[in-house]
Unconditional design. Structure first.
Length: 195
């Protein structure tokens, strides 16, 4: 019943949103309940791997902010949080291939264990850039956590240490993911259909 109410509200929100991202059809890829279960599993693995270590979590802006907030609340280990801002999309649906750093972490990461937290990894270009950046700042170790892994779009190899779901080759929004800054607030992850 709660899911029906949420889907009804989702339909209204999407109908009202007058952006270039509006599409006639959309479908739920991952529900809020499934996301929570995946985060529980990832948090358990992270806590086990970083037991007795002081971890720094670096969220990739803006898409990871909801995922990172939910993930960190499941951790029972000592952790600090910061962010890195990277851009390769702009208003487009596909990566431009050029990565721009627009926000640097403020926490000192020299000699620290770092977990880079992504909402989705597709081409891998931004992720590779971020990992290289963190290593260049002297991180002791850099591991990768991503809620979604879009393997079909990979252009460069990346190793995801903690992953939630393999994403389909469609445009996903919700739970932090956006289309031209819309839909980040949705609880489910939605596949936007085509016009």
């Amino acid at each position: 019943m709660a899911l029906d109410r949420h889907l009804s509200a989702l339909t209204i929100i999407m109908a009202k949103c007058m952006s270039t991202c509006n599409r006639k059809k959309s479908s739920v890829f991952v529900s809020a309940i499934e996301i929570e279960k995946a985060i529980d599993s990832m948090a358990d693995a992270i806590c086990n791997d970083y037991k007795n270590k002081k971890l720094v979590l670096i969220g990739v802006l803006k898409g990871s902010f909801i995922f990172l907030a939910d993930l960190v609340r499941k951790l029972d280990i000592d952790a600090e949080i910061d962010f890195i801002g990277l851009s390769s999309y702009g208003s487009d649906r596909v990566s431009s291939g050029t990565v721009t750093l627009y926000f640097e972490p403020r926490i000192e990461i020299m000699g620290r264990d770092v977990l880079l937290v992504e909402d989705i990894i597709d081409s891998g270009l931004s992720t590779t850039y971020a990992i290289g950046y963190l290593k260049s700042k002297g991180a002791k170790s850099v591991r990768l956590c991503s809620l979604l892994d879009k393997k079909s779009r990979r252009e460069t190899e990346v190793t995801i240490d903690y992953s939630g779901f393999t994403a389909p080759d469609g445009f996903l929004v919700g739970y932090g993911l956006d289309c031209d800054e819309h839909y980040r607030n949705l609880n489910n992850i939605i596949i936007l259909g085509e016009e």
